[in-house]
Design a protein around this ligand. Structure first.
Ligand code: KG4
Ligand code: ZN
Length: 339
């Protein structure tokens, strides 16, 4: 089965062609256009600008993905695909509508079934695109700019949501702290770099809910603690910024690693899958590897380009669920979450 996948839940516009052949996932093409340059000037995503850019990028991105995968001869022929997958939520309503309405139109015109995909579930499947050795049961951790969630998956079709953030997401905490320190958006990569130069003993920030047995997270109090520290530090030096970055990154990593590993041990899983933009953080990966060293658990982290938003992961998730629907039954759902 070969799919065209479309992703436009936040500021990226993605299209990809993926295939499941002889139980192997094949990535034929993936194209991502981003309006991040415009948003980094304003310190965050402006939904209207994101959607306006996506509506101009969408068709060229879809055509490029189909052409790169050799699925279409010219713009007037029906492409050689079996179905179309599209992110229908969660996300920004204007952005989601660009992807969903494009996918519905193409599904109708080309007479191909439409597979609606939960964006969060899609993030997990970036791992299946990158590795073919993943074994169930597994714990999936999604750490992005908008979400921090833990899931137990016993198979592709049997998953249980264990918990998520009660307030800010891990990536949001990185971004908001970055804003306090004058770093450009999104701040995660810059904080990771500066943290390398910071003194781990200079600031010790709280680790919210780290000892709580539930699998929920909370990062809003941590963000406030950093704000208080910034306010208290007069004439902030470059070294202070590096120390603050180190302090906040250590706190986020401690919480995320400790809760994920607790879940992995509780459910006796074979694999831990990281996903979402924050999974690109190499210090986080190293912390996981150190803590599972003495266990039989295997850690999987997708390559950087598949950690952040892309359509390939949406196509991969669709291939394992394959519930095609008539185009008229699919609509954007910005508040979509796990059942
Ligand atoms: O998954 P993603 O591309 O978009 C959402 O669906 O939210 O994640 C973006 C988030 C941003 O908050 C960004 O600061 C964070 O991922 N991020 C990082 C790193 N690279 C991206 N956070 C920490 N360290 C990184 N290296
Ligand atoms: Zn995402």
């Amino acid at each position: 089965m070969k799919l065209l996948a479309i992703e436009s839940s936040c500021d990226e516009t993605g299209a990809a062609v993926v295939e499941l052949r002889d139980k192997k996932l094949l990535l034929h093409s993936t194209i991502v256009a981003t309006s991040m340059q415009l948003h980094s000037q304003t310190g965050g995503i402006i939904p209207e600008i994101a959607a306006r850019e996506q509506s101009t990028y969408m068709i060229p991105v879809v055509l490029q993905a189909l052409q790169k995968a050799h699925c279409i001869r010219n713009k007037t022929t029906i492409p050689d695909i079996d179905a179309i997958a599209v992110t229908y939520g969660p996300g920004l309503i204007g952005s989601l509508l660009v992807g969903v309405e494009t996918a519905k139109t193409l599904s109708y015109v080309w007479n191909k079934p439409l597979i609606p995909v939960n964006h969060l579930f899609g993030h997990i499947y970036a791992n299946f695109l990158s590795f073919d050795t993943i074994r169930f049961p597994l714990i999936a951790l999604i750490v992005s700019g908008a979400h921090t969630d833990l899931l137990l998956m016993k198979s592709h079709t049997n998953s249980t949501w264990l918990g998520g953030t009660r307030d800010d997401a891990a990536g949001e905490c990185f971004d908001k702290v970055g804003r306090m320190l004058g770093l450009s958006y999104p701040a995660g990569p810059a904080i990771e770099k500066l943290a390398h130069l910071g003194n781990p003993k200079a600031f010790h920030f709280p680790r919210p809910l780290i000892h709580d047995n539930a699998f929920d997270f909370s990062f809003s109090g941590l963000k406030t603690a950093v704000l208080r520290a910034v306010e208290k530090t007069k004439n902030i030096t470059e070294q202070d910024v590096q120390n603050l970055c180190r302090g906040v990154q250590d706190a986020i990593i401690d919480v995320v690693v400790s809760k994920t590993i607790r879940a992995a041990k509780k459910y006796g899983v074979q694999s831990i899958l990281l996903s979402g933009g924050v999974a690109a953080n190499q210090t986080l990966k190293k912390a996981f590897l150190k803590d599972i060293e003495q266990t039989p658990i295997a850690l999987y982290v997708p390559q950087r380009s598949l950690c952040t938003d892309n359509a390939a992961m949406i196509g991969a998730a669709a291939l394992y669920h394959q519930q095609g629907k008539p185009a008229t039954d699919v609509s954007a759902d910005p508040e979509l979450y796990f059942e």
